[in-house]
Design a protein around this ligand. Structure first.
Ligand code: PGA
Length: 249
């Protein structure tokens, strides 16, 4: 049985002091032993967020890392820095980073390998644009993102990766994919992972849905067979996040 993961993606929101206040507000609302919970916070919020979540059920994630070990890469953050700060998860390949910062599937593959080498759990994002969906290219596009993203990664490491399927047209728009649309793609990702690896590996990997998930639609999306959690942007900054974490109560 795959344990559900509810991951908040704060994006470029919350100063360190605002972040600590939000963690305090959510503390009792996000208690649920049946799901894993994490907040993927801006880099500067990581250290205080790790401190503020100590002794709670919430883990802290980063929103990016660089694939080199260390050195002259001004402005970048390494896997060892994240680990030393107490980070458990790291998002890579979010469509905003692909779009605004030109991250490629190859970069994401290198980031996943570096994260795994250091014991971090990658949250690898994939997703199609509205044009691609309308042209019937969704499945082939997502398969390409998964293929390159997982290239050269053993089955033993692949099971440690979390995939987040986030249709670009659903992110921050208030337009959620229907549970059938989300399940169709998540089920195909699992089918494709079984082709790349084997059925057992595919059955172990957690696949999240992201894109305007909120307190009202979470339970329906999370009831789908191949949706193992959510990556939540806007609603992770509000008390609604507690309702999403407790979607099963
Ligand atoms: P949203 O963002 O929940 O605000 O749509 C999701 C994401 O981009 O991870």
């Amino acid at each position: 049985m795959r344990k559900k993961l509810i991951a908040g993606n704060w994006k470029m929101n919350m100063t360190p002091s605002e972040g600590i206040a939000l963690i305090g507000t959510l503390k009792d609302l996000v208690k649920n032993d049946e799901v894993d919970v994490c907040y993927c916070v801006p880099a500067i919020d990581i250290v205080p967020a790790v401190e503020a979540t100590k002794g709670t059920n919430v883990a802290i994630g980063a929103q990016n890392l660089y694939f080199e070990e260390k050195g002259a890469y001004t402005g970048e953050i390494s896997a060892s820095m994240l680990v030393d700060a107490g980070v458990k998860y790291v998002i890579m390949g979010h469509s905003e980073r692909r779009g605004y910062f030109f991250e490629t599937n190859e970069d994401i593959n290198k980031k996943a390998k570096k994260a795994l080498e250091h014991g971090l759990t990658p949250i690898m994002c994939c997703g199609e644009s509205l044009e691609q969906r309308q042209q019937g290219l969704t499945i082939s596009w997502i398969r390409e993102q998964i293929k390159v993203g997982f290239e050269g990664i053993s089955a033993e490491d692949a099971v440690k990766i979390v995939i987040a399927y986030e249709p670009i047209w659903a992110i921050g728009t208030g337009v959620t994919a229907t549970s059938e649309q989300a399940e169709e793609v998540c089920a195909d990702i699992r089918k494709y992972l079984a082709e790349l690896y084997d059925a057992k590996t595919a059955d172990t990997i957690r696949i999240l849905y992201g894109g305007s998930m909120n307190a009202a639609n979470a339970a329906e999306l999370l009831a789908m067979a191949d949706i193992d959690g959510g990556l939540i942007g806007g609603a992770s900054l509000k008390t609604d996040f507690g309702k999403i974490v407790n979607y099963n109560k």
